[in-house]
Design a binder for this molecule. Structure first.
Ligand SMILES: C[S@@+](CC[C@H](N)C(=O)[O-])C[C@H]1O[C@@H](n2cnc3c(N)ncnc32)[C@H](O)[C@@H]1O
Length: 282
């Protein structure tokens, strides 16, 4: 059974909301991975920032900021930019705060815990841009767009990315992992797919138009993929496994599947593909 569909309101697993989710270990491994050379998140964030030019002193939100990959690149490129990082997880935010101690002291960076879908109620300040790097597929699209429309200035930018696979183009690194899990678990599940038509309707409904949409390519070394798998094994127990299975069992199976998958990663590494979207608020 396909868990998510191309219907108007795609269902997907709330992997980050489970009581079993191991935030302590996940956030530690995330921060380590996010600082590794040529990692998936930094390459995606870099393509996204490159497609959304801003004024030097713009005010931006890094929505679902994690431990701060995108914020780091923004701070480097725009030393005068004011940035608000928002994340659901207190453990991820603790590391975000540690990574930007200096910028928090000078109030260039602020951090706030909360559900990104409710950003419209979290701040009354208007911003010039909202970035969502590698996280929109974990969120309800309509609620998120509706909230963002409230915190953006007229003419402000919303920049987000989605893996090509989420948009229905079954290719690249994430597609490779999914197919491996499906085969090993004899399953037809997918994490989430979002149709381009649905995304376009949602963004028009909340007063945005597409300024640009670019496909980008990432290259991951075999070594980097090994490090990535150590992190992903904490996320995938919430995607492909039968609900009734014990968490510890899922984790163990997940590790075994990633170990097997790694054996098939070519020595030269792998490519992945995504789309950067830049929307402008009318
Ligand atoms: C794959 S990580 C991406 C983090 C960051 N944007 C980056 O590029 O490194 C996804 C992040 O989304 C956060 N997240 C998931 N659902 C969320 C929600 N409803 N509200 C806020 N953050 C959420 C998670 O806690 C996690 O930090």
């Amino acid at each position: 059974m396909y868990i998510s569909t191309f219907s108007n309101m795609p269902r997907f697993q709330r992997i980050y909301w489970s009581e079993k989710f191991d935030w302590k270990e996940y956030s530690r491994l995330y921060d380590r991975y996010a600082k590794s050379s040529g990692n998936f998140y930094v390459q995606s964030a870099s393509a996204l920032i490159g497609s959304a030019p801003l004024k030097r002193d713009a005010k931006a939100i890094d929505l679902a900021c994690g431990t701060g990959v995108l914020t780091s690149l923004l701070v480097e490129k725009y030393p005068k930019m004011g940035i608000l990082g928002v994340d659901l997880s207190k453990e991820m935010l603790a590391l975000y705060r540690r990574n930007f101690t200096g910028q928090i002291k000078t109030s260039q960076v602020k951090a706030m815990q909360g559900n990104a879908e409710k950003i419209g109620r979290m701040t009354k300040e208007k911003h010039d841009a909202v970035f969502i790097n590698c996280a929109l597929w974990d969120l309800e699209i309509e609620k998120t767009f509706s909230g963002i429309a409230k915190v953006l200035n007229k003419g402000g930018l919303l920049a987000f990315n989605l893996p090509s696979l989420v948009l229905g183009r079954e290719k690249g690194f994430v597609s490779f992992i999914e197919s491996f899990f499906r085969q090993e678990l004899n399953s037809t599940a997918v994490y989430r797919r979002i149709s381009m038509d649905y995304a376009k309707r949602a963004l028009e409904k909340y007063g945005f138009w597409i300024e640009s949409m670019k496909e980008y390519e990432l290259r991951l070394s075999r070594q980097n993929i090994g490090l990535f798998f150590e992190l992903l094994r904490y996320r995938w127990p919430f995607v492909f496994f039968p609900r009734g299975m014990q968490y510890e069992k899922k984790l163990e199976l997940c590790k075994r599947i990633f170990d097997e998958c790694y054996k098939h990663v070519p020595a030269g590494g792998m490519k992945d593909y995504g789309f950067s979207f830049v929307l402008r608020k009318k």
